[in-house]
Design a protein around this ligand. Structure first.
Ligand code: MN
Ligand code: MN
Length: 255
């Protein structure tokens, strides 16, 4: 069967719970991949780009055991695991930029221990985010997702930026044009990859990284995985069987 010649065998197995559904850019932790550099932490996984001075995507699992009583650490720090030669992005690089230090994996998603919360303040988990986006629909969607967890769901979440709206820190940090998130919603359970089905709810939002949207409902920014794959070049949910990907990646959530 000629068609089989085109099949890519996925020897890839998840290196981390956060990559259970795949590694969207096939990032690796090599000195040769400064712009697609895998950083794995107990709390999340990400692909770092030295060129853009931030993450290409961040992936994290969210379930009830990640949520607890710890309050927001607030102490932004340079990440110690950046690729060799990468500009060391610190909190000061964002000063007076007009942009928030926007968490991809939110502080409030990691409140079980102080170490987990502190990990979200790595600058490798941060993008320059317009305040009306970050503090408006983006924050309300984050809260909505935690609400799903409190209702008995567990989530696999991916978030990142795309495109260029400008730059800060003397051109060393790209300001993305859009900021997106993908949320795969499962009932709390075991063997999560095997449970992803054509009926699985997948919520995608894709927001302009701009002022003026603070009061907007996050629901008006819903999109689908296929659209994000088209403009990022990533393959999301790549460990999910392709027939199931085809269904859940085309759907736009309307719940
Ligand atoms: Mn935020
Ligand atoms: Mn895909």
């Amino acid at each position: 069967m000629l068609g089989l010649l085109g099949v890519v065998v996925h020897a890839q197995s998840a290196l981390s719970v956060h990559l259970t559904l795949g590694n969207p850019s096939a990032a690796i932790a090599s000195a040769d991949t400064p712009n697609n550099h895998l950083i794995l932490k107990p709390q999340y996984a990400l692909a770092y780009s030295s060129r853009s001075g931030g993450p290409r995507w961040v992936a994290w699992h969210l379930a009830a055991d990640w949520l607890g009583p710890v309050s927001r650490a607030g102490t932004f720090r340079a990440d110690p695991a950046l690729p060799p030669g990468a500009h060391r992005v610190t909190s000061a690089c964002y000063a007076l930029s007009g942009y928030d230090r926007g968490h991809l994996c939110p502080s409030a998603d990691r409140t079980s221990t102080a170490a987990d919360n502190q990990a979200t303040f790595s600058m490798a988990n941060i993008l320059p985010q317009a305040p009306d986006n970050n503090q408006g629909p983006w924050a309300r969607f984050e809260a909505y997702c935690r609400g799903l967890v409190r209702q008995g769901c567990e989530l696999y979440i991916l978030a990142g930026g795309e495109g260029t709206r400008g730059a800060i820190d003397a051109g060393r940090i790209n300001v993305p044009d859009r900021i997106w998130k993908i949320v795969v919603v499962l009932p709390q359970g075991e063997r999560d990859l095997e449970r992803v089905a054509p009926t699985t709810r997948v919520i995608v939002v894709d927001l302009p990284n701009e002022q003026g949207i603070r009061a907007a409902d996050w629901r008006i920014f819903r999109s689908n995985v296929d659209t994000l794959e088209h403009y990022t070049g990533f393959d999301f949910l790549s460990l999910v069987p392709v027939e199931i990907q085809a269904t859940i990646e085309a759907r736009v959530d309307d719940e």
